[in-house]
Design a protein. Structure first.
Length: 171
């Protein structure tokens, strides 16, 4: 319960700091002020509504305003420092980049259950716990095309059994 109360207080603090910053920006003019205003309005809305957003989605929400992805990256760094908040408190998360072949169950901080056989790995926060994971070995494959070929060419059940019982030497 205390952890939930801390998250609520942190959210209120972040929202107050963003509101103060928005008031300062409204006194400014120019392209940088427009970029800051757009960026903070996106972050504010997502924090208020409890939704997350990726760096890329911020950029693509207003390409004409930001111009380059690097501008969004710089704004994230700048406001993380200025608002004294980690990017996770700004509800900015990296894009999903992983795939998983096997069975795993995860429980998020909001008690949502995620279960997979072959799927994208969901966003994992510090409050995510592993509910079920029966493997002795994890094989990391960096290229999605190689991962897909491995899954297609190898029976899913044989891969799963091999990971549960021994280390795989070749694929």
């Amino acid at each position: 319960m205390q952890n939930k109360q801390n998250r609520i207080e942190q959210k209120k603090t972040v929202l107050r700091r963003i509101e103060a910053e928005l008031l300062d920006i409204l006194k400014s003019t120019g392209h940088l002020a427009r970029q800051k205003l757009k960026f903070l309005s996106i972050v504010y809305k997502n924090v208020l509504e409890g939704r997350t957003v990726t760096k890329r989605s911020i950029y693509y929400s207003s390409v004409n305003t930001f111009g380059k992805q690097a501008i969004v990256d710089n704004l994230i760094k700048y406001y993380s420092r200025k608002l004294e908040s980690d990017v996770t408190w700004l509800n900015i998360v990296p894009g999903c980049k992983g795939l998983f072949c096997g069975t795993i169950s995860l429980i998020s901080d909001s008690n949502e259950m995620w279960y997979s056989n072959t799927n994208f790995i969901p966003r994992i926060t510090t409050d995510t716990t592993v509910a079920e994971f029966n493997y002795k070995t994890v094989l990391v494959v960096e290229k999605e095309s190689i991962f897909q070929r491995m899954v297609e060419k190898t029976s899913f059940l044989s891969v799963e059994r091999a990971f549960q019982t021994r280390t795989l030497s070749t694929f």
